[in-house]
Design a protein around this ligand. Structure first.
Ligand SMILES: [Zn+2]
Length: 198
């Protein structure tokens, strides 16, 4: 099917998929490919999409195939990510499709019915989960997008008791400055990812 460029760099909308013809009337199986530019890295990512629709509720789903590259470690993971779809009746006949957010945090499944899913680090999920991920990055929570957290930076700062010695920054102070820089870069990167939803 159509090879298309997503209209935004970090989200996937049901309305957009519909416009691309992924939800024809009746039972269907559609597959395609979307090329994305993720975050500030300008790296092109290709995401394969399979959609099964028009069946029973349990059998309606979208499957995303993509390779996730960790920003810091450059480690690659092949993702095969299934997201349940749900339908509600439309005013003018037919049905409207929704994503069911598959993410969970501390064992609690999200399950929100949403029209848009966002790229959240390695995963895709709803805006609410994106919000949690964004916060957690600075609290050392489960969703950590970088290898450095705010507490790490604060610890480094408290360990650097002397900042300058003979007019030069001390080793521990330099370490703090390095972590601070990394954290700031991570902040900018995350903000660019989630910039349009907050
Ligand atoms: Zn969610």
């Amino acid at each position: 099917m159509a090879r298309a460029k997503a209209e935004t760099s970090n989200s996937l909308k049901i309305s957009w998929l519909k416009k691309q013809g992924y939800f024809p009337k009746g039972e269907s199986w559609r597959s395609g490919n979307v090329t994305w530019t993720l975050g500030m890295s300008e790296n092109k990512s290709s995401i394969g999409i399979d959609i099964t629709a028009g069946m029973t509720e349990e059998e309606n789903y979208i499957r995303l195939h993509y390779t996730y590259t960790d920003y810091w470690t450059k480690e690659k993971s092949d993702m095969n990510y299934k997201i349940q779809l749900e339908t509600t009746p439309c005013h003018f006949g037919g049905v409207r499709y929704w994503f069911i957010c598959p993410l969970s945090k501390n064992g609690q499944y999200c399950g929100r019915r949403v029209g848009v899913i966002y790229n959240i680090g390695k995963w895709f999920g709803c805006r609410h989960c994106g919000d949690i991920a964004y916060q957690a990055q600075f609290e050392g929570g489960n969703f950590r997008m970088g290898s450095v957290t705010e507490p790490d930076v604060e610890k480094a700062f408290s360990e650097a008791k002397t900042h300058y010695y003979n007019g030069k920054p001390t080793r521990k102070y330099k370490r703090y400055l390095r972590l601070r820089q990394k954290m700031n870069n991570s902040w900018i990167r995350a903000a660019s990812r989630f910039g349009n939803i907050f």
